[in-house]
Write a new protein. Structure first.
Length: 576
């Protein structure tokens, strides 16, 4: 049996920042760099011509006191008689053998020992440090406590300000100001209609814009038009009275009609790239949803979040359109959002603008409705009275003629003449009675007419329409509110530190990124697959390490100093 000449090299190392938990390891660019780093910056003792190390026998006996070895935590060895491969191992125990001899127990570090012998193939990568960190490049959802959002601004479209409101009287007629007064003109006689904002209508919008220099002008003119309509007996032609921003008032059928909706462009909302309460994150994923975005609220119970990264060039843009065929309904539509030029599926609708009540002067309306009947009644009464008196007068005249004829033919004292005279007296009395009764009828009818007028004049005004309350309109804030939101600084710091340590959620089938960042790369897989030259128990251990998650600390240049001091130093620059 041939004797194996002791010819193995053993390096006992200390202050090596690696542990059997495999939370961390070191990435070297070559086996030579790896060996040089350990022997240069972690050497405690060197032993040559040591007997053959029977790996996986877990111990080695050395001529060194136990006290000298107690602060050592790592070792490397190779059997030079049979190869040049270095084995790296954790020192797990130091045992006293004698005053000059100790036994070191160790376990092989499969990660460093087979770093260049085993390759990681494509597998499911759960987390890693991405090789690009432009805003919007990494959008796989994370699971973090975000806290309450805070808002940095409230962008309120100018068109919704109260100074841009109008009072709209929707009616079957058109009010025109002529000769210092309002004149009511039919606008749709004969069923003439048209298209307003793409919708057929036979009504006219009579609008009265708010004037900041004369706030009472709009309601004053609206009152004057209602009064003119009442006098013209056209108050019933008022369909509704509403208030809304005049931007949405499209032309009625009496003018040029708007075939479509003219949008208001809401832009100028900057994409958030600033600090979270003074904290500037290192990882740009914090500048994407759900960590920040644009919150849109209509103050009517509807709200939506919009992500900056889904707008073209991260520039939020909304079109506000409205149709005011009656009460206004408007919509906020995100533009160039999620690939759609106009994303109506994620638009927000708003209505609820004030509907106004109005009153009609009952007496003026009654006069307007009955003036022709009153005139006709008076005329009929007079004609009937004249006719009745004329007939009675004609009867009296005929009786007088009969008396005259009897006197001529029979003599003044004859019986015939006396009979004729009696008939004349009767006709005269009848005429007096008719005249008296006619005066009574005229008086009664006149009294009755006066009573009707008096009754009409004391009736209260009639209310029309329906009064609605809108506290937000009264406050001048009704409309869409565009508010950039973000998480608070303390939550941003927690999440950013997590991203710095463990990268982003990846959830992709790919080769893991074990290096590429300046300082460290974290990798966590699911069902890691390996190829290369290593025993099965080694590959099984490596699979468990990768599936549990491990951080690779990069050794870039040994001339820059001790690479082991970099392990666990998360203050290093780890940019791409």
């Amino acid at each position: 049996m041939s004797m194996i000449v002791p010819n193995s090299d053993v390096y006992i190392l200390k202050n090596v920042p690696l542990e059997p938990s495999f939370d961390h390891t070191i990435w070297f660019d070559s086996p030579e760099q790896q060996a040089t780093a350990f022997t240069t910056y972690a050497l405690a003792f060197y032993f040559d011509k040591v007997s053959y190390q029977r790996y996986p026998r877990p111990y080695i006996t050395l001529d060194k006191t136990a006290d000298d070895l107690f602060d050592c935590n790592y070792m490397m060895f190779r059997n030079t008689a049979y190869g040049t491969k270095w084995f790296y191992a954790f020192i797990t125990q130091v045992e006293y053998i004698s005053n000059t001899t100790s036994r070191i127990y160790y376990s092989i570090d499969p990660m460093q020992t087979y770093l260049f012998d085993v390759n990681v193939d494509q597998c499911w990568v759960e987390r890693e440090h991405a090789m690009t960190d432009a805003i919007g490049d990494n959008l796989i959802p994370e699971s973090f406590e975000l806290g309450e959002y805070v808002f940095d601004a409230d962008y309120f479209p100018q068109i919704f300000e109260k100074s841009h409101y109008t009072i709209c009287i929707l009616a079957t007629w058109k009010a025109t100001y002529k000769d210092n007064k309002w004149v009511i003109e039919d606008a749709s006689s004969g069923g003439v209609g048209g298209v307003d904002s793409g919708i057929y209508t036979g009504l006219t919008k009579n609008t009265f814009d708010y004037d900041p220099d004369n706030p009472q002008s709009a309601p004053h003119n609206a009152n004057a038009v209602i009064e003119a309509a009442t006098k013209a007996n056209k108050a019933d032609g008022i369909v509704s009275i509403t208030m809304y921003p005049k931007f949405f008032m499209n032309w009625s059928i009496t003018g040029d009609l708007a075939d479509g909706l003219v949008p208001y462009k809401m832009n100028g909302i900057p994409a958030f790239t600033g600090t979270f309460d003074g904290y500037k994150p290192k990882n740009n994923k914090l500048y994407t949803s759900p960590f920040c975005g644009v919150y849109v609220d209509n103050l009517q119970g509807n709200a939506a979040n919009y992500a900056y990264e889904y707008f073209t060039d991260r520039k939020p843009l909304f079109y506000i359109v409205g149709a005011s065929n009656g009460n206004l309904e408007c919509s906020s539509v995100p533009i160039n959002y999620k690939g759609l030029p106009s994303n109506y599926q994620e638009a927000m609708i708003m209505g609820g603008f004030p509907q106004c009540a109005w009153n009609v002067d009952t007496f003026k309306a009654w006069i307007a409705q009955n003036k022709y009947a009153i005139a006709a009644g008076v005329a009929t009464t007079a004609i009937d009275t004249v006719k009745t008196v004329a007939l009675a007068a004609a009867g009296l005249g005929a009786a007088g003629e009969a008396v005259g004829m009897a006197s001529i033919t029979t003599g003044a004292g004859s019986a015939k003449t006396a009979q004729a005279a009696a008939q004349y007296d009767k006709a005269y009395q009848n005429m007096q009675n008719v005249a008296y009764n006619a005066q009574g009828d005229v008086l009664n009818k006149t009294i009755n007419l006066v009573a009707q007028v008096k009754t009409a004049s004391t009736q209260p005004n009639h209310s029309r329409g329906q009064q609605s309350s809108s506290i937000y309109c009264a406050m001048g804030v009704q409309g869409f509110h565009y508010m950039p939101y973000r998480i608070q600084g303390q939550f941003a710091r927690v999440i950013d530190d997590f991203f710095s340590m463990f990268g982003y959620k990846t959830n992709r089938l790919k080769v893991p990124n074990r290096n590429g960042r300046k300082a460290w790369n974290y990798v966590k897989t699911c069902g890691c697959t390996l190829t290369g030259s290593a025993p099965a128990d080694v590959t099984a251990a490596l699979v468990q390490i990768y599936d549990r998650g491990i951080t690779f600390w990069r050794c870039i240049d040994l001339s820059a100093g001790n690479p082991f001091t970099r392990v666990g130093n998360y203050s290093l620059d780890n940019s791409l």
